[in-house]
Design a protein around this ligand. Structure first.
Ligand code: GLY
Ligand code: MN
Ligand code: MN
Length: 432
């Protein structure tokens, strides 16, 4: 990004400093120590799992890969980053980016992984720490009320965060376009994933989540996790749910493409889900209940199933039968930020729980929308045999068509959208 991003970052930090000072004051703390975290080591091995730093640490630094480091926030002082950088001829020492926060913070490079000693006062330590570790520092580990307040500070994005999310989206879309080319060129799932990574310029371990690259029936496995090495005999479909991180912030985009061997019914269904998604995006505004939008998605899916000949009944009857939940068992979307499923989606702004509706356990966002929230909008329509099996007795379903579509897997269209009082701002670029 640019000098404009730098000035936005300074404003973001200024807002964080003020918000933390107010929150810490309210809870009676002199400061908080944020732990970036430690990667997990494989049992009996000297290798480590891929790592993502604790979200509240990333909120200040954008450093999603920086392990064993600690950030001390004391109102009225520059934040102090205790940067883990041991003398180590096996690895390069930690490299910090050329960004304004680095000059604004106090840096204390250290060889040890242990937490730093704290100045006199009352402190909280938050992150992956035990009560015993915090007690040894004379601090409190993850006090729930404070943690809820910190989570809440991540819900409404600053202009800087929106700029980062937009850039993550730009890079992810470059990946999606290259992946589509690889698919249309006859590539296997692994080829598609490699094309994506090359165009997004990101290694797998830095992605916000493992890309879902599903050819044909694999598109109907919601979090399909493999990358087949050989292309299937027939090219029915590609469902690609792929992300990217920029300065810690995540994109989470899904596209579905028909292959050269797709049934003629499939492309119009993709178009139907896309149109439905755009209509739902148009409704995003402060004061709107996300649960109501999710319910609206089901009403629209019922209409779509009827319009495309998958069910012969009234949309009201389709909705009442539960069929739309069998065709789409996940939620409409979630909050997005330094985590792909960002925090505080199921609590009110005062931290009190907002449980999911009983029929919609997978819904990750149950709040009323506010300006500054960034949400995903990801309606889907899948053929998932285990979910459709309990409905086999329903004669109104066109089972012959459902079965012919089964090896197309499913459809999901997912964009990342900023809620504003002047209308929704879609951060996901339109593909050409
Ligand atoms: N990529 C995971 C999700 O869409 O929520
Ligand atoms: Mn996704
Ligand atoms: Mn998502």
């Amino acid at each position: 990004m640019s000098s404009q991003a730098d000035s936005l970052q300074l404003a973001h930090l200024h807002r964080l400093e003020q918000d933390y000072a107010a929150l810490l004051g309210r809870h009676g703390f002199d400061g908080v120590l944020l732990f970036s975290g430690r990667p997990a080591r494989h049992h009996g091995d000297d290798q480590f799992a891929s790592f993502a730093a604790f979200g509240h640490f990333v909120h200040w630094t954008g450093q999603a890969q920086l392990a064993h480091s600690w950030l001390l926030i004391r109102p009225g002082e520059a934040p102090t980053l205790f940067l883990h950088s041991p003398d180590d001829f096996w690895h390069l020492p930690a490299r910090l980016p050329d960004e304004p926060w680095v000059a604004r913070f106090r840096l204390e490079p250290r060889a040890t992984e242990a937490p730093p000693a704290l100045p006199p006062g009352r402190y909280a330590v938050v992150g992956d720490v035990t009560a015993a570790e915090a007690e040894a520092l004379g601090a409190e580990a993850n006090p729930p009320a404070l943690l809820a307040g910190l989570d809440e500070l991540r819900v409404r994005k600053s202009d800087y965060e929106v700029a980062c999310l937009r850039e993550a989206n730009r890079r992810a879309m470059a990946g999606h376009l290259a992946a589509r080319e690889a698919f249309l060129g006859g590539g296997a799932e692994l080829d598609i994933q490699l094309a994506y990574l090359g165009a997004a310029r990101q290694r797998e371990s830095q992605l916000p989540y493992a890309n879902i690259v599903g050819l044909n029936a694999h598109g109907g496995v919601l979090h399909y996790q493999h990358y087949d090495l050989a292309p299937p005999g027939r090219a029915r479909s590609l469902l690609l749910d792929g992300g990217c991180r920029h300065r810690g912030y995540c994109a989470d985009i899904t596209r579905t493409w028909p292959g050269s061997d797709a049934l003629p019914e499939f492309a119009p269904l993709i178009q139907g889900v896309t149109t439905l998604q755009q209509r739902l995006i148009d409704r995003l505004a402060p004061g709107v209940s996300y649960v109501a939008l999710h319910e609206r998605m089901h009403e629209e899916l019922a209409t779509l199933l009827v319009a495309h000949g998958l069910v012969d009944a009234s949309p009201e009857a389709v909705l009442a039968s539960g069929l739309t939940r069998a065709f789409c068992p996940h939620g409409l979307g979630h909050l997005l930020g330094v985590q792909v499923h960002d925090v505080a989606g199921r609590v009110a702004s005062d931290g009190s729980p907002l449980p999911h509706p009983s029929d919609h356990p997978a819904l990750r966002l149950t709040r009323t929308l506010e300006a500054g929230m960034v949400v995903t909008m990801e309606p889907g329509l899948y053929v998932i045999p285990m979910l459709l099996a309990p409905h086999r007795h329903r004669h109104e379903v066109n089972w012959a068509l459902v079965e012919r579509l089964a090896d197309h897997g499913g459809i999901r269209i997912e964009d990342n959208v900023l809620v504003t009082g002047e209308g929704p701002v879609n951060l996901t670029p339109r593909e050409p």
